[in-house]
Design a binder for this molecule. Sequence first.
Ligand code: PBG
Length: 352
Amino acid sequence: TRVPPTNPEGMPVVPPQDLASRPRRNRRSQTVRKAFQETILTPDNFIYPIFVHDEGDENIPIGSMPGQDRLSFKTGMIKKVAEARAAGVNQVVVFPKTPDRLKTPCGKEAFNPQGLAQRSISLLKDTFPDLEVYTDVALDPYNTLGHDGMVRSDGVILNDETVYYLCQQAVSQARAGADVISPSDMMDGRVGAIRQALDDEGFTHVSIMSYTAKYNSAYYGPFREALDSAPPPGSEGWKIPKDKAEYQMDPANVRECLRESALDEAEGADIMMVKPAGAYLDIIKMLKDNTTLPISAYQVSGEYSMLKAAAAAGYLNERAAVLESLMAIKRAGADLTLTYYAIDAARWLQDS
Ligand code: PBG
């Protein structure tokens, strides 16, 4: 029989409240708290997005994303991915930086078998055969007009013609050894067309992670700086839509995401993505409740930059805030999270 501790001096002595239920009992120790933790972060769920360039041997820092570089093809990229694997992160998505001289209005570099994306995928798979390599399918890093689809001179973004090119891009990535093809372009019908194109070429084992609910978001700004892929102002006789609102979803909308997801499921997607993540937790939750497919969420460049900036200013504890943000994304229903913090977070999880 233990004696209850006495009150510190000066504390009022009050009779206990008559409470049957005291939720704090289940929070009373670290062991108990851990036992009841509903969401557990693990690096197994992280996908690390990498930027790759082929203009020399040095990594090139990305100004608006402190701590992230455009990695040099070969040395920088292999070193960084080895680092990720050592921390327990075994999934990457590859974004090549296309030099201006290789950009054309249609973005044909996207399916050049010797393109930087294709060479990066091959080198990664040759070096790390069990690494899961995801690719991005869209034309914006490869064309002069900065749009995910082809832009006609009158400013119309061509859907079906774009899908025709996206299929070639997807097949070229599968030939290079990609494990998962991720269309981020938001053209109609692209998942089904890509599935068919992959199957026709014998790539039935290659998965598709569809950017199902990709919002027309201001949080992609730093990414567009990293790849220099923002739509330019219109030039001689060429009208260029100033943003991506014609194909990316309106941040005001929820139900549209169910429509997109029904299509993606029917068209053969293996994984469905919500993007951005932090400001769209309700969308993650809704999608999770309405599908049996795994859900991924992309903590995008702007989310990373905000956390970095607040941490650098001393306004936030970076480690705690980042782990909390990743926890929230998983709690909302994300099975996979794409995050530029993957390596840091994996390390923080290791030593906690
Ligand atoms: C390409 C693409 C974008 C991102 C991923 N794939 C940019 C865009 O749609 O403008 C953004 C990722 C990020 O901001 O981290 N279509």
